[in-house]
Design a protein around this ligand. Structure first.
Ligand SMILES: *[C@@H]1O[C@H](CO)[C@@H](O)[C@H](O)[C@H]1NC(C)=O
Ligand SMILES: *[C@@H]1O[C@H](CO)[C@@H](O)[C@H](O)[C@H]1NC(C)=O
Ligand SMILES: *[C@@H]1O[C@H](CO)[C@@H](O)[C@H](O)[C@H]1NC(C)=O
Ligand SMILES: *[C@@H]1O[C@H](CO)[C@@H](O)[C@H](O)[C@H]1NC(C)=O
Length: 349
């Protein structure tokens, strides 16, 4: 099992490893699938969502177990299945299990891109006035039961704290709902890429990612700092980041027509590569052609950055322990622990 007991793994990957894994997982019989068709989730995100769990009265006894759950990314897609564990890509969420006098109930809380990962990572293009539009809202979805069933969460199913029904209710009323029930264009926004400095002494990312793991961390952070809950002392939350190592980032001057042309063309090419009608295999070469990473759109800062000095292997997948933290615009970002490197072979399960 990968990352046993809060382990630390960093997979160093050439950028092609992820599309290759997707292709392998899609199987040779489906060679005609486009990258987009493989990556896109079925529509209707959170269609059966609830707002607040209907908890049983526990008279103030801590009756709710909070469980951190992880599964290989996109593993609900039968074309992909468990394959993305090969490259260390995991989805992270929380399950709440309440038991009172022999009655048990459970709920799942996940933080995700409202459109889908693809929709929030690629812009809509307006060719006529040469503008890019982003729809990258990230929100919480609470559902009854254990989402996709207990068997889905093959990577991790770890109880990490106990809460009273009143605390869970406060967690939703005081944190999840206020953050969640904002306009679609407001923060939090999904940010797939994390740009980090190649300078090993730099502890702040150049561009911070915001993914399912962060949403999970924010909830646990609120429970420990505001509600006074105790995180299991031997547990450290770790989750997947997709890292773009670079020497520096500089704001792209979007009022300079020449630079905007480059930014627009870069994202247009990316959209064509991923959404194109050609088979994924053919697109793979186009992906390679686009590297190194030249521009990043930081969705939470709503700014474009020029990426300087991104070189082979271009992208890394990291699963490292990170201190619990809240939304970065509400409080300072905690320094990130240096990743401990393990050989890639140890990632293959
Ligand atoms: C959060 O907002 C999304 C999008 O508006 C909605 O679908 C979801 O049910 C909300 N989550 C909660 C816990 O209310
Ligand atoms: C570009 O066109 C779209 C509609 O086609 C519009 O929504 C958007 O506001 C326009 N942007 C600018 C900067 O004119
Ligand atoms: C979670 O709830 C479902 C019903 O929603 C039940 O079948 C299952 O046994 C419960 N699991 C746990 C671990 O409590
Ligand atoms: C950005 O480009 C505009 C138009 O070329 C120019 O006037 C402005 O000075 C530039 N800003 C920076 C910070 O370079």
């Amino acid at each position: 099992m990968l990352c046993p007991g809060g382990g630390k793994v960093m997979a160093r990957l050439a950028a092609w490893a992820v599309p290759v894994a997707l292709l392998l997982s899609a199987g040779h019989a489906q060679g005609a699938d486009t990258l987009a068709s493989i990556l896109e989730q079925p529509a209707g995100w959170c269609h059966d969502g609830i707002s607040v769990p209907d908890l049983l009265d526990d008279g103030g006894m801590p009756s709710v177990e909070v469980i951190v759950v992880q599964a290989p990314l996109f593993s609900t897609n039968p074309k992909i299945g468990q394959k993305l564990r090969w490259v260390g890509l995991f989805h992270t969420a929380l399950v709440f299990v309440q038991s009172v006098n022999g009655n048990a109930k459970n709920w799942t809380l996940e933080f995700a891109a409202v459109t889908n990962v693809l929709g929030s990572t690629l812009p809509q293009l307006d060719e006529e006035n040469r503008t890019l539009h982003w729809d990258n809202a990230a929100r919480y979805c609470a559902t009854e039961g254990i989402l996709w069933g207990r068997e889905h969460w093959t990577q991790m199913f770890e109880p990490v704290m106990r809460l009273t029904a009143a605390q869970v209710s406060q967690l939703f009323q005081g944190f999840v709902l206020p953050l969640n029930n904002t306009q679609r264009s407001a923060k939090p926004r999904y940010q797939l890429w994390e740009v980090v400095s190649r300078d090993p002494t730099a502890h702040q990312p150049l561009v911070q990612d915001i993914t399912c793991g962060d949403g999970t961390s924010w909830v646990l952070h609120h429970a420990t700092t505001v509600l006074g809950a105790q995180l299991r002392s031997d547990f450290q939350l770790h989750y997947t980041s997709i890292v773009v190592p670079a020497e520096a980032v500089e704001p792209a001057n979007v009022s300079d027509p020449e630079e905007w042309q480059k930014v627009f063309d870069y994202f247009r090419e990316m959209v064509q590569v991923v959404r194109g009608k050609e088979a994924a295999l053919a697109r793979l070469f186009d992906v390679l052609w686009m590297l190194p990473v030249k521009y990043i759109y930081d969705s939470n800062a709503a700014s474009y950055f020029r990426v300087i000095g991104n070189s082979f292997p271009w992208l890394e997948v990291r699963n490292r322990p990170l201190p619990l933290h809240g939304p970065p615009w509400l409080e300072p970002v905690a320094p990130r622990a240096a990743p401990v490197e393990l050989p890639l072979a140890s990632v293959v399960v």
